[in-house]
Design a protein. Structure first.
Length: 227
């Protein structure tokens, strides 16, 4: 959770649009500046919000395709046109998955997979938090399109296999210590490396006022909101 807050802080400071799935009702304070349509807790409301996010992502995807056709360039992304980044924070993904019936769960996972698979070029980023990484809580379509994977503190060979692969079970099943773990970043690492959780508490950055201030700093950043 602390790592998620560090990512969220940087996203807000960068002027990203942020949506928070707050199934545990622990982030309701963020509604005061993000709005109740960006911070949702009830399962039905979460599905509605994700539906809107996916629809907006598809519209941006189509706009990027048109801009690419006009410019004659191949492989353009939202960054090429200064599009505003969009972050979706999914807290307690496993517990939320259990709150849905089979039909709702399929819809929920379908939304997440669309963002994971199509969002990268559109600058739509999804951050998923899991107590236990299983195929039920994080389907293959999500995990296979994850750029950054982090596994924190004491773990098991089964968890290593779920997050990374069984080729690393002997290497990282030991206990790295509190506020430490392992990470894999596509294009930067060839195998899991040591990860250190940012200490927001020591530097007094763990307050709602900090995030609110970063939000208003980020609002001053200029993006191309026509994309």
């Amino acid at each position: 959770t602390t790592t998620m807050f560090a990512i969220l802080a940087q996203a807000l400071g960068a002027g990203a649009e942020v949506f928070i799935i707050d199934y545990k009702h622990e982030m309701v304070g963020f509604k005061t500046f993000l709005g109740s349509d960006h911070v949702v807790s009830e399962p039905d409301d979460i599905l509605k919000m994700l539906g809107r996010v996916v629809d907006e992502m598809k519209i941006r995807h189509e706009k990027l395709a048109l801009e690419a056709a006009r410019s004659g360039e191949i492989g353009v992304t939202g960054a090429d046109f200064q599009a505003r980044p969009v972050f979706i924070i999914a807290e307690e993904l496993g517990a939320l998955t259990e709150a849905y019936d089979s039909k709702e769960r399929k819809l929920f996972h379908g939304y997440l997979k669309q963002i994971a698979m199509l969002g990268r070029s559109c600058l739509y980023e999804i951050v998923c938090l899991l107590q236990v990484a299983t195929v039920e809580s994080a389907p293959a379509g999500i995990k296979s399109n994850t750029n950054l994977k982090i596994l924190l503190e004491k773990t098991t060979s089964e968890m290593v296999t779920q997050v990374f692969s069984n080729g690393y079970t002997d290497q990282i099943t030991n206990n790295p210590g509190r506020f430490r773990g392992w990470f894999f970043l596509n294009g930067e690492t060839t195998q899991p490396a040591m990860f250190y959780v940012p200490d927001l508490y020591k530097h007094r950055l763990n307050t709602l006022d900090t995030f609110k201030e970063l939000y208003f700093i980020g609002r001053k950043r200029v993006y191309n909101d026509n994309i």
